[in-house]
Write a protein that binds this ligand. Sequence first.
Ligand code: ZN
Length: 405
Amino acid sequence: MSGLATDVADRMAAAKLWLVSGATGDLPYLSSALYALVTVPTDRVATMTTDVYWRVYVNPLWILGQDVRVVAHELAHQVWHLLADHAGRAHDAGVDVPGREPWKTATDITVDQVLPWRDTGLPSAGEMGFGPNLSAEEYYLRLKASPVPAQAADRDASCGSGCDGIARDYDLPPEDEQQSALSEQAAEGIRQTVAIGFRERQRERGTLPGQWDRWVSHILDPVVPWQAVLHAAVRRGIGWGQGQVDYTYSRVSRRQHAVGKAILPAMRRPVPAVAVVIDTSGSVDDGLLAQALGEVRAVLASLAVPDASVTVLAVDAAVQTVGQVRDVGAVRLGGGGGTDMPEGIEAALGLKPSPQTVIVLTDGYTPWPHLPPRVPVIAAVLGRVREALPLTPDWAQRVEVVSGG
Ligand SMILES: [Zn+2]
């Protein structure tokens, strides 16, 4: 490392320490995020920016000429852009090059609200005539509709692709060997760690600005957990509405007790048969598969579907009926290459008794039958949160079963 690079690294280390120490910044919950950053000294930026791979581009002359407190404040600002995934959200919000400026201002307003100090020079939301504690997306829409006050646009300089997802010409490629990129999975892990520490701290202090409260909730408690979606899909697949979950196969009505000796007819229905088709090709994540299978079993049990009516089929390049499996490890066929889902579903439909519904657990990297099967099919697609998971046919009830946030 050159002398200049060492000096820059020292300044960055001092700024991180300043942020996490109780006597100065007192933001200990930021430490896992701060120490995951990769510093890239470059004179291509005026001060400090980030990219989506958690690399911080720092101008050496700027950082060496600043007080550690100023560097620390800027660093905290940048790291919150990454924690909030402002780049991914810019993409989702359709931010293009003309939209960059209002997006930057919108996200900066929210970052100002999460930090305990206010020295970015940006007017507050109130000063701009907006309500407090809205999301970046909400500020963005308002800023696009009404022009930005000139002084707000002046605070420039320091938002890169880590803020808006739009690549800059100085951004290093993702696979740069010297300055390695942080994976999206690792970033999600850091967001979780920070969210937990942040929520603890805010509870102690008793204040959590609305939109950051939502951020914490989004990170720690996804609004609609896939488990709930999967349960609903299985219920629908079996053809029982929500009002009927109390239904049991008992021959004696539960009302019997209340009406003494009179015999009430018990509700009876044929026990539904269910086929669970498990994609056991090598690309499927075993842990997630086990979780998904566990949830399927839980919902079937809650619907009083006995284990004996559930048949599990393991499918990769071949199909194997494995009966009632509890352990996902037991269904591994030994890495048979690709997945032949049409054959798996065909085999499921051929079972006796014929299943009322087919539940497929797969990573989605498979062909599907061209024609809709004659019973409802649930396609539970296993993958990582915020990944674009493979498409499934229109005739299948799709449930995204995701890990990592
Ligand atoms: Zn910013």
